[in-house]
Design a binder for this molecule. Structure first.
Ligand code: TYD
Length: 142
């Protein structure tokens, strides 16, 4: 699941819209934690880390934000600006978040409790860890 955009089913009627997030129905993991970012200041970058063992689903419930993502194969920019579109992020994905709109509410579902020990906060260290096994494999093949 590394990095995946997902369309979330909307239950709309004349009163408005509703999206439900449910384990195994549209969230492919056990939901153990929900947190949300809001009132983010202009020109701020957040994130700038990867997780060793964490699956997450991010949804902009309101507003927009840009993610710069890297799973070791190079950076990809993804804009989240739709409450009916989610972004699944698996383990070992570097994420940098910026260009938060003033009204942005970014909600994140996660399959583990908050654990500072799971963070990789140094990009070079992330690249070493994410590419490490491949490089060792390459050397073994030589
Ligand atoms: P931080 O990791 O800096 O947020 P981001 O990576 O999105 O920029 O978290 C900000 C603060 O919130 C920090 O003191 C840790 C705390 N925090 C929790 O207590 N629980 C959580 O689930 C998260 C994500 C952060």
């Amino acid at each position: 699941m590394q990095i995946q955009r997902v369309q979330l089913q909307q239950h709309g009627d004349e009163r408005g819209m509703l999206v439900a997030l449910e384990k195994d129905r549209n969230v492919p993991f056990e939901i153990r934690r929900v947190y949300y970012l809001f009132a983010t200041k202009q020109h701020v970058h957040r994130g700038q880390h990867a997780h060793r063992h964490l699956n997450q689903l991010a949804v902009t419930v309101r507003g927009s934000v840009t993610f710069l993502l890297d799973d070791g194969s190079g950076p990809v920019e993804v804009v989240l600006d739709d409450p009916a579109r989610g972004l699944l992020l698996g383990s070992m994905v570097w994420r940098d978040m910026y260009d938060f709109s003033e009204d942005c509410v970014l909600m994140v579902l996660a399959d583990q409790l908050y654990d500072p020990a799971d963070y990789i906060t140094n990009y070079d260290e992330f690249l070493r860890e994410v590419n490490g096994p491949m490089l060792r494999g390459d050397m073994a093949a030589c």
